[in-house]
Design a protein around this ligand. Structure first.
Ligand code: ADP
Ligand code: MG
Length: 449
């Protein structure tokens, strides 16, 4: 087997999944050193790479190997140049890591998977998240008694997963025998589907109805999933009756969760509803300082302000920019300053104002499906052309404010009924074809600023 080619295929897979710019910065520099006995050793330029990849795409590389080799591969990183940290620091950090690892192993043994970095101590509090923070602390200190359920909502990247995981970590710390479960709604859905298929429903009930605290992340994803909702409804009732704690996160308030049954929505409002607002500049600065410290990055004060004002609200993006800058500066030896930031982060800065155009949508869709632009705009109705055309129309409808008539015009003079039909076709296909759903998601991510 040629490991060079294998790795190239993996990299292609990764690029397709995450897009060019992230790929170029984080994955392109990685080399495959060794591949044997189902283990791959990869060399990364420095520790930022490893940390960043582990935090942001923990499964991506192994997924790539699985796709290319049709086999499970255990991925390990080797850091090229590990800068020598001051001895006392590294000893301290090592001890901490060891302790964490032991704790994690212990939790994992019990089937609990909580990100150890998401704890109250690393959550920076400001006016926009103070209420959620206080509620979360109160809940972790008196399970099932104060606010049940605790329903937390807020936009993407504002700290929902962090804060609900912090509750779980704190409970697991204080009550080592407590049964804590954190589960994303997608995972919960998968478990329900799999339990039905394998006739293991009683195992699933046993697992979820015997917890002391259930943390359900991103509940909006169970919209439209009828059986999952039924199962969650009964789980909810069983836990609630036993005064077991339930914590739910969502990207919107309960009443805006369309396609979730009313009886479930009304359950969500029985306890406390707390929202996380977008952070102020001051909070963004405090978070940046804390993250810089945690990653041992030397960030000049003016840069902290610069980033905090440039990045609108998403805290995940804030952190991503910080790490990107540090990695770049580390690789090139250039200091972290405004000019480096403008260069390295130009996608993020300029794209904020760049509108989505039909030209771009058509180009991306044509590239992806291997269709020529004149064909996309033609009247041809063969499946190979019609499907990409409908996909592009659907995406245009979704990402722009254009009227149906204008969309039709931009696709070679079709009428508005054709656009409506296209959107319906695509929605139906997405509904029943998970892979296609992912494709559309991928295309949208590629097009969206
Ligand atoms: P969400 O689940 O709302 O999309 P996350 O909880 O995943 O957001 O948060 C995104 C990133 O921002 C995480 O790395 C998280 O640690 C960080 N983050 C969010 N809020 C805070 C905060 N108040 N203090 C420190 N880090 C935060
Ligand atoms: Mg989240």
């Amino acid at each position: 087997m040629d490991i060079g080619n294998t790795w190239k295929d993996c990299l292609d897979f990764i690029e397709r999944k995450i897009g060019r710019s992230t790929y170029d910065l984080w994955f392109k520099p990685i080399k495959l050193l060794e591949l044997k006995d189902n283990a791959a050793i990869l060399s990364v330029p420095n520790r930022f790479f490893r940390e960043w990849i582990e935090d942001n795409y923990p499964r991506l590389i192994s997924d790539a190997f699985e796709w290319v080799m049709k086999d499970n591969i255990n991925v390990q990183f080797k850091v090229d140049h590990e800068p020598a940290a001051p001895a006392s620091d590294s000893v301290k950090k090592d001890a901490l890591t060891q302790a964490r690892k032991a704790k994690l192993a212990n939790l994992a043994g019990k089937g609990i998977f909580l990100n150890p970095k998401y704890i109250f101590e690393t959550f920076v509090v400001g006016p926009s998240n103070q209420f959620v923070h206080a509620a979360a602390l109160a809940v972790s200190e008196s399970l099932g008694k104060t606010y049940n359920p605790l329903f937390i909502y807020g936009d993407v990247g504002l700290g929902k997963t962090h804060i609900i995981t912090a509750i779980g970590n704190k409970v697991a710390d204080m009550l080592p025998n407590a049964n804590v479960i954190y589960v994303s709604s997608e995972q919960f859905t998968n478990e329900v589907v799999s339990a039905i298929r394998h006739e293991k429903m009683s195992d699933l009930k046993e697992k979820y109805r015997t917890v002391d605290i259930l943390l359900l992340d991103d509940v909006q994803f169970i919209a439209n999933k009828t059986q999952t909702q039924v199962e969650f409804f009964h789980t909810f009732n069983a836990l609630y009756e036993k005064q077991k704690q339930i914590v739910i996160s969502s990207d919107r308030p309960p009443k805006e969760l369309s396609d979730i049954t009313d009886r479930l929505k009304s359950r969500f409002t029985m306890g406390l509803i707390a929202d996380i607002q977008p952070p102020s500049v001051e909070l963004k600065m405090a978070i940046l300082q804390k993250k810089a410290e945690a990653h041992k990055i030397n960030m000049p004060e003016d840069m902290v302000y610069f980033l905090a004002t440039k990045i609108k609200s998403n805290i995940r993006e804030l952190e991503g920019c910080l790490i990107k800058l540090a990695a770049h500066s580390n690789l090139t030896g250039r200091p972290i300053n405004v000019s480096l930031a403008k260069e390295v982060l130009k996608d993020i800065f300029t794209d904020e104002t760049k509108p989505v155009t039909t030209d771009n949508i058509q180009k991306v869709v044509c590239d992806y499906f291997g269709v020529k632009l004149p064909e996309l705009k033609s009247k041809k109705r063969t499946k190979e052309i019609a499907m990409p055309r409908q996909t592009a129309m659907y995406i245009t409808k979704k990402l722009t404010d254009m009227s149906l008539g204008d969309i039709g015009k931009a696709f070679g003079g079709k009428d508005h009924a054709t656009v409506i039909y296209a959107c319906k076709q695509i929605e139906a296909k997405m509904e029943k074809d998970e892979a296609f759903n992912k494709t559309v998601e991928y295309l949208i991510n590629k097009i969206k600023p």
